[in-house]
Write a protein that binds this ligand. Structure first.
Ligand code: KG4
Ligand code: ZN
Length: 332
């Protein structure tokens, strides 16, 4: 029997989860609405909100899992990558909780946890490729085992989630814009407007050219017609989303061919995108891929992915001591 408490605080969501023998029994996420006022995450405000949310979030996770806090066998926490002030809150809480209960402490890489979230409801066989797409990262990862992962392609500039969020900002939509672009895109025509696909060698991505072309596109059309965005919102969102998705899927196809792998997955906040999920389904049928997609609640930041990764590390007795410090950048 192994009961793991998972803590996630890398960006603007405070989350706690209880994993019992590899099964998720609770996953509580406290979102921070305060950032909407500023059109993006304000690190100082995020740290303060984590500080307020962390204890009630952990206690709710414990109570929803119907366990007692003394039943917990280990504490897993996000060590990085992320905002340092935010990570500090989760790290310090995890250390204090482990110290008080004399429990082992397990450090987790947030990007690896996004990938391991696939194992919550599924069981992809190794090796598989994972397109990990979030607000800060865009990576193609070759996953050979729970603790053996190699980044084989990544963005040279903006992340895919950032492209969604920045486009939304240009269109006057609130933060985080990704889910809103997805919402409007479903009512629009993806062929209405053409945006460029960059020509980047290898398995790396670039989204900065697309961002610039969207900026000029919006500026020029609004100059001619001040109501251009309102009148064409659905079509603009559908066209931008279609392009971001095609950039991602085309690289994934090259990676799958190069590495001769047919087990293909997506993870991270942008894997919640309906256009990306559909495009992966189509690519899987065309290429005979076996695909793995996390449930929506495990795409965006959550502690269930931290708790389950903690469970696999617990089995390996992969623990850290109380000297551990959070890392804003944390390589695999
Ligand atoms: O993984 P995540 O929750 O946090 C980070 O680790 O960054 O990813 C957040 C990102 C944001 O950029 C958000 O706009 C994007 O995921 N996102 C989406 C959707 N849901 C979340 N982007 C497009 N479509 C969505 N449905
Ligand atoms: Zn994330």
């Amino acid at each position: 029997m192994a009961i793991i408490l998972g803590i996630e605080s890398s960006c603007d969501d405070t989350s706690a989860s209880i994993c019992i023998n590899g099964n998720i029994h609770s996953n509580v996420v406290a979102n921070q609405a305060v950032h909407q006022l500023y059109g993006g995450v304000v690190p100082e405000l995020a740290s303060r909100a984590h500080q307020q949310n962390i204890i009630p979030t952990v206690y709710e996770a414990i109570s929803k899992a119907k366990i007692h806090k003394n039943d917990i066998d280990a504490v897993a926490f996000t060590r990085g990558p992320g905002l340092l002030g935010s990570l500090l809150v989760g790290t310090c809480f995890a250390k204090a909780f482990a110290l008080a209960g004399n429990l082992p402490l397990i450090e987790i890489n947030h990007m690896q946890a996004h990938i391991i979230s696939l194992f919550i409801d599924d069981n992809p066989s190794f090796p598989f490729l994972c397109l990990t797409v979030s607000g800060g990262h865009t990576q193609i990862v070759l996953v050979s085992d729970f603790n053996k992962m190699e980044v084989i392609g990544q963005t040279l500039d903006d992340a895919a989630g950032e492209s969604f969020d920045k486009t939304a900002k240009m269109l006057g939509l609130p933060y985080p814009g990704g889910p809103l672009i997805d919402f409007y895109a479903q009512k629009g025509n993806p062929k209405a407007f053409k945006f460029p696909e960059p020509n980047i060698p290898g398995l790396d991505f670039s989204f900065s050219g697309l961002k610039t072309s969207i900026m000029y596109f919006v500026r020029d059309h609004v100059k001619e017609n001040s109501r251009f965005i309102t009148e064409n919102l659905n079509d603009i969102c559908a066209s931008v989303q279609q392009r971001i998705v095609s950039i991602l899927i085309n690289k994934l196809k090259i990676a799958a061919t190069q590495h001769n792998i047919k087990n293909i997955s997506i993870a991270g906040g942008v894997s919640a995108n309906s256009g990306l999920r559909n495009a992966l389904k189509i690519a899987s049928q065309e290429n005979n891929w076996k695909m793995f997609i996390p449930k929506l609640e495990y795409c965006t930041d959550n502690a269930a992915m931290i708790a389950i990764t903690g469970y696999y590390k617990f089995l390996e007795k992969d623990f850290v001591n109380q000297n551990v410090q959070p890392l804003s950048r944390m390589p695999f």
